[in-house]
Design a protein. Structure first.
Length: 214
C-alpha cells in the first residue's frame, strides 16, 4: 500500500501532462521536462558529451552537440540506440555487457562490471562540456566523472530524488532531512555540495544539474 500512496490527483495530473509532452516530442530525453527545456537553451553545437546510460537522450544530444560518447551495460538498449543513431557520425556507443560469469568483476550491488565504471580513465581531465549520469553505479560514476568536466560545464544526475534528500514531489523521493544512505552517493555529494545546482522535477521525474565554476 505504501508504494501506491503517491497515486494522488496531483500525480495523475502530472502523468497526463508528461504523457502529452512525450506524444508531442517522442524523441525527447527521459528527464524532468524542465531539465530538457533548460538543456535546449544551454547546449552548444561545439559541446562534447559523456553519457552513462544510453537511451532516447543519445540521439537527442547527437542532434545538438559536436560529439557524444554513450556508455551502456544492457545489450537491448545498446542495439536499440545503435539503430536510432544510424547516420549520426558524432555518436560513439560503448557496451559493457554484464553476464553471470562476471560476478567476481562486478561493482558491489550495482549489476555492472568495474570496466563499465573505469571507462572514465580513458579520458583526460576537462574533456567534456556535459556529463549525463543516468546509468548504473551512479555514485561510482559520478565521483570518477567530475574531473572530466570542463570548467563552466554541467553534470546531470537523473532521478536525483531517489538517491538524495530533496523537496522534489515525485514518487519514492527521499524527504529533506534524511541521511544519504549510499556511501558512494554521499562521497559524490560531498564533492559537489558547494557547486551551484538546480533540481528540476515535473511530478514524475527529478533531474539535478550541477554547474562547475568557470
Amino acid at each position: 500500500m505504501k508504494r501506491l500512496s503517491y497515486w494522488t490527483p496531483r500525480y495523475l495530473f502530472k502523468r497526463v501532462v508528461r504523457y502529452r509532452y512525450e506524444r508531442r516530442y517522442p524523441h525527447s530525453p527521459n528527464l524532468a521536462l524542465s531539465a530538457t527545456q533548460f538543456l535546449e537553451g544551454w547546449l552548444k553545437p561545439s559541446d562534447v558529451v559523456l553519457e552513462y546510460g544510453s537511451g532516447q537522450s543519445t540521439a537527442w544530444f547527437a542532434q545538438r552537440v559536436q560529439r557524444i560518447i554513450s556508455i551502456e551495460n544492457d545489450r537491448f538498449w545498446y542495439e536499440k540506440v545503435k539503430a536510432a543513431t544510424l547516420g549520426h557520425a558524432n555518436v560513439e556507443l560503448c557496451l559493457f555487457e554484464s553476464k553471470e560469469e562476471d560476478m567476481d568483476r562486478q561493482v558491489p550491488g550495482c549489476g555492472v562490471r568495474w570496466d563499465y565504471v573505469e571507462k572514465t580513465k580513458e579520458y583526460a581531465p576537462e574533456t567534456f562540456d556535459c556529463i549525463l549520469n543516468d546509468g548504473w553505479a551512479r555514485g561510482y560514476v559520478g565521483i570518477r566523472a567530475l574531473p572530466l568536466l570542463k570548467k563552466g560545464g554541467v553534470l546531470i544526475w537523473d532521478d536525483w530524488a531517489w538517491a538524495f534528500p530533496s523537496s522534489a514531489r515525485v514518487p519514492l523521493a527521499i524527504p529533506c532531512g534524511e541521511v544519504i544512505k549510499d556511501k558512494t552517493s554521499a562521497e559524490f555529494f560531498a564533492l559537489v555540495k558547494e557547486w551551484r545546482h538546480i533540481v528540476f522535477e515535473d511530478g514524475v521525474h527529478s533531474t539535478a544539474i550541477f554547474f562547475r565554476a568557470a
